[in-house]
Design a binder for this molecule. Structure first.
Ligand code: GLN
Length: 320
């Protein structure tokens, strides 16, 4: 049953954290993202009954960007098995920015450090099942649509904008190709990766995905297992250790919820059951999605991070 008190608190906390949008700016390097309204801050929390609690600008849609990386990792593991995927990408944090080339150049680990940096995500996207980019995209989108229960669209403007300016990702893809890590052509690998980043999503959809990850791949609303417990476990490990790029340590310390951010300003968070949380509505876990397009120097939504921090502190959501 929806609690009005929870709803009122969320509204208050959104307003408390709105000023933190000043601590960041919309991503400039993808021109179609640069003009997003920087003052927006919205949240949606979904509980295990499918009830949603929304506050702020909660009916917006935005592109997945790097949030797609955790979903494509889960999808690939689901389709091809965890061992297959972990043979191709590692699960180590880097301490470098998400689009850094340095971990390749200096350490040469033989595979990307993790699937949440661009090098790893391009590799993962390229291995999705299907012979063509369109088939791979189709398999991925069907997987996500199956989880949220309705169809999704690609934001063509964002896709084209990133495609035209993806110089660094193109360089990374060439590195991957030179290191024999890509079976696809460079341009095809880049194409599928950028398509996944440009999928349009709502906060409610993201909260649903967060809920399923929190429940170890089980959808408590539809009562069915969507992907395996093992895949969900590794996904949560990656979210904690690498999900917020190189502020993942600080995020773990101050928020402590497995999460994945994207440069459009979204954050997907998965709160596992926490029986002694002071807020009874979410003791059986929940999915949280926040959106605020002003991102900080590490590429994370500035106000979104602070809002999650306040929620975690107030309701004792940290897993640590
Ligand atoms: N599409 C973006 C890029 O590759 C995603 C990055 C992100 O959200 N951190 O640069």
């Amino acid at each position: 049953m929806r609690s009005e008190e929870v709803y009122e608190k969320l509204k208050q906390w959104v307003e408390d954290n709105r000023s933190h949008t000043m601590l960041g700016a919309p991503a400039q390097y993808i021109p179609a993202l640069a003009n997003q309204d920087r003052d927006q801050l919205g949240i949606c929390i979904m509980d295990i009954d499918g009830d949603t609690y929304k506050a702020g600008e909660s009916d917006v849609t935005f592109t997945l960007q790097s949030i797609s990386k955790i979903i494509s990792f889960v999808a690939l593991c689901h389709f091809k098995g965890l061992d297959f995927v972990l043979d191709k990408v590692d699960v180590e944090p880097t301490g470098e920015s998400f689009n850094s080339i340095i971990p390749f150049e200096i350490h040469r680990p033989g595979k990307p450090f993790n699937p949440l940096i661009n090098a790893g995500a391009i590799t993962v996207a390229s291995m999705l099942p299907g012979d063509t980019v369109s088939e791979k995209y189709e398999r991925f989108i069907l997987f996500v649509e199956g989880m949220i229960g309705h169809s999704l669209e690609l934001d063509q403007e964002v896709y084209e904008s990133e495609w035209k300016t993806a110089h660094r990702n193109r360089a990374l893809a060439y590195y991957l190709k030179e290191s024999n890590l890509l079976d696809l052509d460079v341009e095809e690998a880049l194409d599928i990766y950028i398509r996944l980043c440009a999928i349009c999503i709502s906060l409610e959809d993201l909260a649903k995905i967060g809920l399923v990850i929190a429940h170890d791949g089980y959808d408590p609303i539809e009562e069915r297992q969507i992907f395996s417990h093992d895949v969900a476990r590794i996904a949560k490990v990656l979210m904690v250790t690498c999900g917020m790029y190189n502020s993942s340590g600080k995020f773990a310390a101050h928020v402590g919820i497995p999460a994945k951010s994207g440069v459009s300003g979204g954050i997907l968070a998965s709160v596992p059951p926490k029986w002694h949380s002071p807020e009874k509505a979410f003791r059986k876990g929940c999915g949280i999605a926040v959106f605020s397009p002003a991102i900080d120097a590490n590429g994370n939504s500035a106000a979104g991070t602070m809002l999650l921090r306040q929620i975690s502190e107030e309701w004792d959501f940290s897993i640590f």
